[in-house]
Design a protein. Structure first.
Length: 306
């Protein structure tokens, strides 16, 4: 039994250490890319990203999504004007949306679209608003993809915000290999994010057909750094409470070891390791990883992607 517990602790330590190493290397790479970007004003050419939104009505979220200054970038919001009449009218007025002709590309099966609008407000002209009868989130994403101007698509759900430098980070990752060599860039940290190529979505038959499953591993890339965050889920425990939990774990481990309860001691040591690793990972990720109410839920998400 003691050997099994020792092996379990060693395996947990190895997994936690490997994940922390990946997160640390990703942070260092992002810092390096940020420094290079500050030193050069030239933007990579030829790589464009379209953000696809379903049912987003929060102005703060929309303006966060519109904030990147990258030139080949746009935000497409799909909203049902009949279900959300007041919110839709407010967006039309705020961004001075002008109705334009709806022309479906024909690559995806799309239904329920009533109108298409583009913003006339200076600084927000990269915003597209699609009026579509709601049936599913995947249907909204397909409608947005059908009018997207660029070849890479980033689906974003209600309440998710871009972290600073996310778009530039994705463009830099796409630009590292030969053009078109990647169909998927994915991050499990923070709010899970996936940037897909239009070709992969079309080949799968749309977002409702789970396009991520059919992408070969050689055409995937995983980033161990947060790209999206949801402020409501990112609130962390107060520092005094985290310290109290850590002290309680340490005291319980010492008591169990002194009493000879090796099973309980091993379990507490493993729990303490996961807790400490989660705290350190949250620091590396800049606080964008939600560790509430503790670290176990977040670590379970990471291990599913590992």
């Amino acid at each position: 039994m003691k050997l099994i517990l020792l092996l379990l602790f060693a395996a947990t330590a190895a997994c936690v250490g490997a994940l922390l190493l990946l997160i640390s290397r990703a942070r260092d790479k992002r810092l390096l890319l940020n420094a290079v970007r500050r030193a050069s004003s030239d933007a990579p050419d030829g790589i464009g990203i379209s953000v696809l939104c379903s049912g987003v009505t929060d102005v703060a979220q929309i303006e966060n999504l519109l904030s990147p200054e990258y030139s080949r970038y746009e935000v497409i919001v799909v909203l049902d004007a009949r279900r959300h009449a007041a919110e839709f009218a407010a967006l039309v007025a705020r961004y001075r949306m002008i109705r334009v002709e709806w022309a479906c590309s024909g690559e995806l099966e799309v239904s329920g679209v009533r109108a298409l609008g583009r913003s006339r407000r200076r600084c927000f002209r990269r915003l597209v608003l699609v009026d579509r009868a709601w049936d599913s989130e995947a249907g909204d994403f397909d409608a947005a993809a059908s009018v997207a101007a660029y070849d890479y698509l980033l689906p974003v759900r209600t309440g998710c915000f871009l972290l600073p430098g996310t778009v530039e980070r994705l463009v830099a990752e796409l630009g590292e290999g030969r053009p078109g060599s990647l169909d998927l860039i994915r991050s499990p940290l923070g709010e899970p994010a996936a940037l897909l190529s239009r070709e992969a979505v079309v080949a799968a038959g749309g977002f409702g057909m789970h396009p991520l499953r059919g992408i070969p591993r050689g055409r995937r890339r995983r980033l161990w750094e947060p790209l999206l965050a949801a402020p409501r889920s990112g609130t962390r425990m107060p520092g005094w409470l985290r310290g109290l939990v850590a002290a309680a774990l340490a005291a319980a481990f010492v008591a169990a070891a002194a009493a000879g309860w090796w099973t309980a001691a091993a379990a507490l040591a493993t729990l303490a390791l996961v807790w400490a690793g989660g705290e350190y990972a949250a620091r590396l990720a800049g606080g964008a990883v939600p560790w509430v109410p503790g670290n176990l839920t977040a670590w379970s998400r990471l291990f599913r992607h590992y």
